[in-house]
Design a protein around this ligand. Structure first.
Ligand SMILES: [Zn+2]
Length: 476
């Protein structure tokens, strides 16, 4: 391919952050708006989100949840009802102080999350054990006033879903917390081809107001971790603060046990940073808005365009197929759809038509193959499956290569400096060590994995008795 068609993307080896910025803008996922830290989701970026959203919405409904919608504004007094919660969110809250010219008697917060709104509502609709469980989900936007921002990863406003549920018992809430974490993990692994580590956040890193937080963590190409979804057992903290009580099976008043769980547009950042390469984006077939792009060759010749449109129609029943019949040169088109990460390209020209064949080119490997039109649909389906699996395997291999074990603090620092990635190390359970490691190395505890191992008897930091295996990493 000639150089003139190649859009200028910084190589990821030279400057990963700049590569990322180039890809999100040049693949036309986003544009910047005039508000610092806010992004415009362009049609291609939004289409990817819609596919993720549809898949997740199906899974949320299949597990018995109903969608609702809560208001955007939260009165200050409501937000302050749960102490840990307001302390956790206060630094990032955006406040509305005026309605038109008039100063409000009470400030309104633009939701950073909706626990308190749900709590207030649950109090008014839950009275008996017969009203439980309440399994609600909301698709919405939230605002968090971040100081440093980056498209998808950290923006003032982002899109997400937040699940909020109420249960009779602690055990029911625990089961729900696990269930929804598994829904997220499956979405990541099956659809986004992102391998994840499941585990529990430490006290320091858990959600403000939660009893405990479960998380899925993934590893980006540059060796930094990304929290990819969280599920919280809220216990009865909010329930007590808001008085969400019900008459239990013994006829006594009892507070509910709650959960909340969220999954955001951030995951698109993960998809970019795990699968992308120096040619641009690579989108896994299962969530790609366009799975196959047809590029007619010598399309001015008689019959070529008709043939290409026929192929599109024939394939569109089972494959999300696009066609670029614009008068731009094929080389430009090849480059454009590689930049956009479309999993497969189909080239068809006069000679192919004569020989009843087409050329298929994989985005992930660049591999080209000639395929007979007789068996085309099945061949494409097989290739899409192969690409999906290959992306997952490749990401898993990368994560394994970038996962190290550290038994001493010197090993820990050395590994972090030389290799980055996940470091598995033992921890005593004391936040002092967690803070010390973070301050000195920049690495945070990502999670205590559900699958625990005993690598040594001593905490990697203080050498006291070790309690947990922790995954540590620098993170987005
Ligand atoms: Zn320690």
């Amino acid at each position: 391919m000639t150089k003139e068609y190649v859009k200028d993307v910084t190589s990821m080896e030279d400057d990963f952050a700049q590569w990322y910025t180039d890809v999100v803008t040049k693949a036309e996922l986003i544009d910047y708006s005039s508000v610092r830290g806010s992004m415009i989701l362009r049609p291609y970026g939004y289409a990817i989100w819609e596919n993720i959203q549809q898949q997740l919405d199906k899974a949320i409904k299949k597990t018995g949840h109903e969608n609702v919608y809560m208001p955007l504004f939260i009165p200050e007094s409501l937000l302050q009802k749960e102490k840990d919660h307001i302390e956790g969110f206060a630094p990032e809250v955006a406040w509305v102080t005026h309605g038109g010219e008039e100063k409000l008697t009470e400030r309104l917060c633009v939701r950073p999350t909706s626990e308190v709104l749900f709590a207030e509502h649950f109090k008014s609709i839950i009275h008996s054990y017969r009203d439980l469980p309440k399994l609600y989900n909301q698709w919405s936007n939230v605002v968090r006033w971040e100081k440093t921002t980056r498209p998808f990863l950290r923006t003032l406003e982002f899109l997400w879903q937040e699940g909020h549920t109420c249960h009779e018992t602690d055990e029911d809430a625990h089961d729900e917390t696990v269930r929804m974490l598994n829904v997220y993990a499956e979405l990541c692994e099956e659809y986004l081809a992102l391998p994840v580590i499941k585990g529990q956040k430490t006290e320091k890193e858990k959600f403000a107001g939660a009893k405990y937080t479960y998380t899925i963590e993934s590893l980006m190409h540059d060796g930094k971790a990304l929290q990819s979804g969280t599920s919280h057992h809220l216990g009865d903290g909010f329930a007590k603060a808001f008085g969400i009580e019900f008459t239990n099976r013994e006829g006594k008043l009892q507070t509910v046990q709650q959960t909340s769980w969220g999954f955001t547009t951030r995951i698109i950042g993960a998809m970019i940073m795990v699968h992308g390469d120096n040619r641009g984006l690579v989108v896994p077939p299962k969530i790609a808005p366009t799975q196959l792009m047809i590029v007619p060759i010598a399309q001015h010749k008689e019959g070529v365009l008709d043939y290409a449109y026929n192929l599109k129609e024939q394939l569109s029943g089972s494959i999300r197929t696009g066609i670029d019949a614009s008068d731009k040169k094929p080389g430009w088109k090849f480059n454009e759809y590689e930049m956009k990460g479309i999993p497969l390209r189909l080239e068809v020209g006069p000679r192919d038509i004569e020989q009843e064949q087409v050329v298929l080119v994989r985005r992930d490997t660049g591999e080209k193959q000639t395929v007979s039109v007789a068996n085309l649909e099945a061949e494409i389906q097989q290739l899409l499956t192969d690409i999906q699996n290959h992306l997952y395997e490749k990401a898993l291999k990368h994560r394994e290569e970038k996962t190290s074990i550290a038994k001493t603090y010197d090993e820990f620092k050395e590994t972090l400096n030389e290799k980055s990635g996940f470091i598995k190390a033992m921890w005593c359970g004391d936040q002092v060590c967690e803070d010390f490691i973070k301050d000195e190395t920049g690495a945070t505890s990502r999670c205590m994995p559900f699958v625990q191992q005993k690598l040594s008897d001593q905490c990697v930091c203080c050498e006291k008795d070790a309690k947990h295996l922790v995954y540590w990493a620098k993170a987005y």
